[in-house]
Design a protein around this ligand. Sequence first.
Ligand SMILES: [Zn+2]
Length: 304
Amino acid sequence: MSGLPIVYHTDYVAPLKPGHRFPMSKYGYLREALIARRLLPEAGGYIAPAPAGFAQIASVHAPDYVDRVFTQSLHPEEVRVLGLPGSAAVARRARLSVAGTTLAARLALEHGVACNAAGGSHHAGPTGGAGYCVFNDVAVAARTLLDEGQVARVLIVDLDVHQGDGTARIFADDSAVYTLSVHGARNYPVRKARSDHDVGLPDGTADAAYLAAVRGALDEALVRHAPDIVFYNAGVDPFEGDRLGRLALTHEGIAARDRLVFARLRARGLPVVGVLGGGYDDDIASLAARHALLFEAAAAGAGM
Ligand SMILES: [Zn+2]
């Protein structure tokens, strides 16, 4: 077992109708992949969150929206935009994911690095959810640590292939939080928000150009902001075979990206919170193997 604290809950998998396009089962496969890589023992070994409460989540989302999620009374249009059913299991999963990222952030402040084996729901914005994202776990966790006075400045590095539009909107007028999004310029969402720094990449961008873009944007963010903690959305949908990606990173390119992020941030002694982000593939085992790269890079970063 590594020294990397991993936050996980069996209810990160919420039942969906057969054939639903969201790869919900990947979270269970990921746990198996982490066991195979000796990042978790055969049983347990992870830290399980309890569902986040109303007030904490309503610190970044409209209270009436949070209430509709909690009480399974979302409007049909909200369910359509979300792409997930407004069920009790989906609500519980979203609350667990928020609590999981918050817990991982506290563990990162204590141990230097920690990961949530879920999260990265970056399309959820001030007024509601979108694109498989019910609550913005990273935004809630950042808001919570800021409100508690645990940190004064936060950097959010979002390398999911889709723009972190919800996160950008939540922190649009908040100088304590610097949002960086490196994404596919022509990918969802069609209407982009404005992050503190957006890098929109052309379709088909491959390893070398991608890594150069990430390195440059990350170094610039660290010059401009000097954070007390960094949240890293390590979505693996820039992968060449991703169903929704449009970019062309290899498996090794994703691995190099994750190593680069942790090496750069840990060299400066910054606490780093890793969250899963997106990844879409009918081959769930290979998808889980790609998500496991975050944890391998984080475990190496934990030793720095
Ligand atoms: Zn994505």
